[in-house]
Write a new protein. Structure first.
Length: 375
């Protein structure tokens, strides 16, 4: 489509929009090849309509290494459902990085803002930046809310929440949505944290338990004195929630917890009643002797040594490359590139991909010998 055709196409589309949208569409023709929104963004990033932005209004610490950011989304952000997540674009040391974070606030907030609660991961470039460095006034790229880790439209009913660490964040959004409506009538919540001081939203959870008798909170300190390394067990669940078979369950937390929970529900024949939210992909145990090779990225004309266990995305990033990516766990497919030659291994199931022209998700694939990628 050339410039004239593009102008006519925009004009036809304007006929189906409101007066302000038609005026903006007319202004866009004079701003071509940019859009009026690009210039408005220079005045206030949240005025952008070509790319959704958010401004950091406040930041506060929840626990050591965990921080909440209050964001004011710009034009075009659609309402989310409790439990969903958003992708955030953050400039870190000259590179634009995308990560996904659960929304910790309720959808019903009257101020139009949302909160993200982020735990600083030791090797996490973005999480460290958000927790240690970002300040109010900063502008971030913001994706639309997505994800199906949500309650039924009719409400929670009789539910069981099993969480650990920062896995509390999507559940906190649910609790904050349910509480004002008096819908915490029959919910059991088992939460694991190293110590009481490490319980994210600890005071708020305790207040909810006091004010809503139907919300029964069980905190398990995994590293408290005399507790050893307490973890999820069938016996423990039976003590906290004897009727778990009659409830829909929602679990979020580290891989170890989720593996134990899924195994227990599977043995009970209740997998269909278990809803799981992961922050990282569930990876299979690597085959004995898994070998890597030399990875050639054709667009950047770089050859890098890679082992057989590290994702190709990490291999590229550690060498200074910045491939397009999103969720980093094999869900959004933003990182998919074309395999030109060689073989890769899907870290989630150890399946080998060696057909030239196949699409490879570099966030969940490792080299299985020499490989050439169109990236």
């Amino acid at each position: 489509m050339d410039q004239a055709e593009a102008s006519l196409s925009r004009g036809a589309a304007d006929g189906h929009r409101g007066p302000l949208a038609r005026i903006a569409g007319l202004a866009d023709r004079f701003a071509w090849p940019l859009r009026t929104s690009h210039y408005a963004e220079l005045v206030n990033p949240r005025w952008s309509s070509h790319a959704l932005r958010a401004t950091v209004e406040e930041c506060w610490d929840e626990t050591q290494g965990v921080r909440t950011l209050k964001l004011r989304p710009g034009r075009g952000f659609r309402p989310h459902r409790a439990g969903q997540h958003v992708r955030v674009g953050v400039p870190v040391r000259g590179a634009y990085c995308l990560r996904s974070y659960s929304i910790s606030s309720a959808p019903e907030r009257e101020d139009g803002c949302l909160t993200l609660t982020v735990k600083a991961v030791p090797s996490g470039r973005v999480s460290q930046h958000l927790v240690r460095e970002i300040q109010p006034g900063a502008s971030l790229w913001l994706g639309q809310a997505q994800g199906d880790f949500v309650l039924p439209e009719a409400g929670a009913g009789r539910a069981l929440f099993v969480t650990a660490g920062s896995g509390i964040t999507p559940i906190m959004s649910m609790l904050r949505s349910l509480a004002p409506r008096g819908a915490l009538s029959d919910i059991v919540h088992v939460h694991y944290a190293k110590t009481a001081a490490d319980v994210i939203f600890g005071e708020e959870l305790a207040r909810l338990a006091r004010e809503h008798p139907g919300y029964r909170l069980h905190l398990v300190e995994t590293r408290a004195a005399g507790a050893g390394r307490a973890r999820f067990t069938a016996a423990q669940l039976g003590a906290f929630c004897p009727d778990f078979r009659d409830r829909d369950a929602y679990a979020c937390g580290p891989q170890g917890l989720l593996a134990d929970v899924e195994a227990h529900w599977d043995r009970a024949g209740l997998s269909s009643r278990l809803h799981v939210e992961r922050f990282r992909a569930a990876l299979a145990e690597a085959p004995v002797g898994a070998a890597g090779g030399v990875v050639r990225f054709t667009r950047s004309d770089r050859e890098l040594a890679a082992d057989g266990r590290t994702s190709l995305l990490r291999v590229a990033e550690e060498a200074g490359l910045r491939p397009t990516h999103g969720c980093r766990m094999g869900i959004c497919h933003s990182c998919s590139v074309t395999l030109r030659a060689g073989c890769v291994r899907d870290l989630r199931n150890n399946v080998l991909i060696d057909e030239p022209g196949a699409k490879v998700q570099i966030c969940v694939c490792a080299a299985a010998g020499d490989v050439e990628l169109e990236a």
